[in-house]
Structures are given as structure tokens and as C-alpha cells.
Design a protein around this ligand. Structure first.
Ligand SMILES: Cc1cc2nc3c(=O)[nH]c(=O)nc-3n(C[C@H](O)[C@H](O)[C@H](O)COP(=O)(O)OP(=O)(O)OC[C@H]3O[C@@H](n4cnc5c(N)ncnc54)[C@H](O)[C@@H]3O)c2cc1C
Length: 380
């Protein structure tokens, strides 16, 4: 039996590793269009609890990943030149390439070596396989070949973003919002290595066109963003890695498998980067699919049905949180009219996963500052 996995991103590599480690009775092949060390973007952020699943399921891989991570305790928000610190927001960051190299090494340790630089344009090019796994990201060829049967919906958000890096080392997970004569911008930035930080620049659609980013060559756009965030970058440059302007695609599918094709990771669903969960979801999908296949090695339809029914309810909850978070970002120029501390409260409660009770426990200093502000505002 042959299992062909399209894509050597986090979901594809990790699924191959898990199946091979369990000595799953199949030839497992991973096909990747890019060279081994090519990747898009810079760093990834995870909430501290986000990697607990990995520690519980696969302590060896967890132990391989954690030394490559940067950890921090607070989240900093900057608005109107003021900083609001939200204490107790325990997060970790890792370079996307560093994570891929660790997963490649894990896969290699059990005998999986992906075939690189082989682009597949239609599933038939993969050849005969008992199972074709679409681990091929948001533009999945596997999903697009059966778009209707998967019940796919794709909604492009209006904001534009570009994923840059910088050598400026930030103290924590940070979000900077600025208003200039060109319009409103925000940056999601955090360290992901000892000498690198990730820096995602985002703007609303009106600003994108008004400022002329739609017609601006990439190097000029990068320089302009460096100027816009000069106070934040403090003399450091932005670094590009094919950092083009994109609209985030909100992808969802009603069915997770069609005939002998199954999806996972970004091919199946996308979770907006503002909640930093896409990679974790991709790896959790891989765990769920591997478990279902291992439980029913000779009954593929059963395994695929089990994968979907076990994973979907958890997934829907997280995707709802990601969607409410991205809805907040789609309106960020409006929220920027709030005072910095009210803005921070709106920000931290945006995905409706955090309420006052939870905040009191996790971020007592922030809540005290917020309540002092409310009491003062009430008096006036
Ligand atoms: C700006 C931004 C910031 C993000 N920040 C975070 C974050 O902080 N934390 C987090 O957890 N997640 C973050 N994410 C999300 C994260 O990058 C994805 O959720 C994650 O990479 C999904 O993994 P995947 O393996 O499903 O897909 P991918 O990582 O997209 O991997 C898919 C692979 O398939 C290959 N492929 C595609 N098509 C073909 C083909 N036709 N033939 C062969 N190979 C193919 C690709 O080259 C790629 O290697 C962010 C995303 C963006 C856009």
C-alpha cells in the first residue's frame, strides 16, 4: 500500500514521521515542490499552552523543538506612542525554517526523506496510491481538484499583509499600531531566534490603495514600511523573504476526505495568524490522522471518518476564535480611536476566549491598570 503525502511543511512532515514511527504498514512518500531549505515567512509564535499537546503526545519531538524556541512572559501593545503591557501572556517563538529542519530530522530518523523540487499540478501526477494526503497548504492542489466535493469556502479578508523579518530584537510578543498621513498600519512582531524577529506588517484596504502599495515595487514598499515603523525598528532594516502583499484566505471545508484524498493543515482550514495557531493545528491534525489510520490500518473509509469526527469539534472552536480575531483586525482603524488601555482590553478579549475572570488570574497587573482607568473615567 502506498500513501503519498503532498507537501513537506509541518503537517506533511509530521504525519509521515508519526506513521513511519508507528511502523504503519504502507510505503510512505512525501513530495515537496520547493528545495529542502526554502521557506516563506520568518518566525512563528505559539501560546505557551499550545505546545502542551505535543509534550503529551510526543515528548521526544517536543524536547527537540523547545531548545530552539524563545520564551517571553508579557505581551506589549503600542498605540499613539504609548506602551500597554499585558502581563502573564506566556508565549514562545521559533523560526519557521528552524522548526522545519527539526521536523525534517525527526522524519529522517525514522527513514523518511521527502522528494524535493517536484511540483505536482494535479493529483493524477502523484500516481496510484491508497491514500493521497493534501498537506500542501492554503493553495492545495488536492483540495482544488475536488473543490466542490470537499465543500470548500474561501473568503479573502480585506486587509493586506506582508511577512518581513528584522534583526531588531524585541522584548516580547508585540503589536504596534500607527496612524500616519498615508493611513493606518499595524505590525505583529516578536523574536524567534537570538538575532532575529518576525515582523508582519498589515494595513486596511483603503490605506493600501491610498498609499499606492498596489503599484509599488517590493523594495520600495519595504523601505516605506521601514519608515512607517521607524520608532519601532530603531534603525534596523526590514528583511524580505519574497514578502509580497497578500490577503489572508479564510479557508474552510465541509468534508475532510473525498474518495482516496484527505486534507490536513492549511489545505483543510486556515486560522488567522493573529492567534498564532496554524502550525499547531497542522501538527494536531497530523496526530489525529495518524491515530485514526493506525487504529484502522485495513479500513481506510473508517479511518478517514474517525479522523474527521474526532477532530472536527475541537477544530471548529479554534477556527471560530481565529475568525473573531481576524474580524477585529479587519476593523482595527476603528478600534484605534480608543484610549491605549481600552484598546488593549478590546484587543485581548477580541477572540472571546479571554474574559475578565480569566484575565484577573493571568494578568493581574493589566487588570488593575484597566480598572483604575475605568474608575477615573467614571468620576469625570
Ligand atoms: C503572516 C503569517 C504568520 C503566521 N504566523 C503563525 C504563527 O505565529 N504561529 C503559527 O502557528 N502559525 C502561523 N502561521 C500559519 C502557518 O504558517 C500555517 O498554518 C502552517 O504553515 C500550516 O502548515 P501546513 O504544513 O499545513 O502548510 P504549509 O506550511 O503551507 O506547507 C505546505 C507545503 O506544501 C508544499 N506544496 C504546496 N503545493 C505543492 C505542490 N503542488 N506540489 C508539491 N508541494 C507543494 C509547499 O511548498 C509547502 O512546503 C502564519 C501564517 C502567516 C501567513
Amino acid at each position: 500500500m502506498r500513501i503519498a503525502i503532498l507537501g513537506a511543511g509541518p503537517s506533511g512532515l509530521y504525519l509521515a514521521y508519526l506513521l513511519k514511527r508507528a511502523k504503519f504498514p504502507a510505503d510512505i512518500e512525501v513530495i515537496e515542490q520547493n528545495p529542502r531549505d526554502a521557506t516563506f515567512g520568518f518566525g512563528l509564535g505559539f501560546s505557551e499552552s499550545a505546545l502542551e499537546f505535543l509534550d503529551a503526545e510526543d515528548p521526544e519531538t517536543h524536547a527537540a523543538i523547545t531548545p530552539a524556541m524563545e520564551f517571553w512572559n508579557d505581551s506589549n501593545l503600542y498605540l499613539k506612542g504609548q506602551q500597554v503591557r499585558i502581563d502573564g501572556m506566556r508565549y514562545a517563538g521559533i523560526g519557521r525554517l528552524a522548526l522545519l529542519r527539526i521536523l525534517q530530522a525527526r522524519a529522517q530518523s525514522v527513514g523518511i526523506v521527502p522528494t524535493y523540487q517536484k511540483a505536482i499540478t494535479k493529483p493524477e501526477d502523484i500516481g496510484e496510491a491508497a491514500l493521497i494526503v493534501g498537506a500542501d497548504g492554503a493553495n492545495s492542489v488536492v483540495r482544488r481538484a475536488h473543490e466542490e466535493a470537499f465543500g470548500t469556502t474561501v473568503k479573502l479578508l480585506k486587509n493586506r499583509f506582508a511577512w518581513y523579518g528584522t534583526h531588531k530584537k524585541f522584548a516580547a510578543l508585540s503589536h504596534t499600531f500607527v496612524e500616519t498621513e498615508l493611513g493606518t498600519f499595524n505590525a505583529h512582531h516578536h523574536p524567534h531566534a537570538s538575532d532575529m524577529s518576525t515582523f508582519v506588517v498589515e494595513m486596511d484596504e483603503a490605506t493600501f490603495f491610498r498609499a499606492g502599495f498596489d503599484k509599488m515595487p517590493q523594495p520600495e514598499a519595504k523601505d516605506l514600511c521601514t519608515k512607517i515603523f521607524a520608532d519601532t525598528l530603531q534603525g534596523h532594516e526590514l528583511i524580505s523573504n519574497n514578502s509580497i502583499w497578500r490577503q489572508f484566505p479564510r479557508i474552510a471545508t465541509q468534508r475532510w476526505s473525498v474518495a482516496n484524498c484527505v486534507l490536513l493543515g492549511d489545505a483543510l482550514h486556515t486560522a488567522h495568524f493573529s492567534i498564532g495557531s496554524g502550525t499547531r493545528l497542522a501538527m494536531e491534525d497530523a496526530i489525529a490522522l495518524a491515530k485514526a489510520l493506525i487504529a484502522s490500518p485495513r479500513d481506510m473509509p473508517q479511518a478517514l471518518a474517525d479522523y474527521e469526527s474526532a477532530r472536527k469539534p475541537v477544530m471548529i472552536k479554534l477556527l471560530n476564535a481565529a475568525n473573531t480575531s481576524s474580524d477585529w483586525y479587519e476593523e482595527f482603524p476603528k478600534h484605534m480611536q480608543l484610549s491605549p488601555i481600552e484598546f488593549a482590553y478590546s484587543y485581548i478579549t477580541r477572540s472571546e476566549r479571554v474574559d475578565m475572570e480569566r484575565l484577573r488570574k493571568s494578568s493581574p497587573e493589566f487588570v488593575a491598570a484597566y480598572e483604575t482607568h475605568l474608575a477615573k473615567a467614571h468620576k469625570h
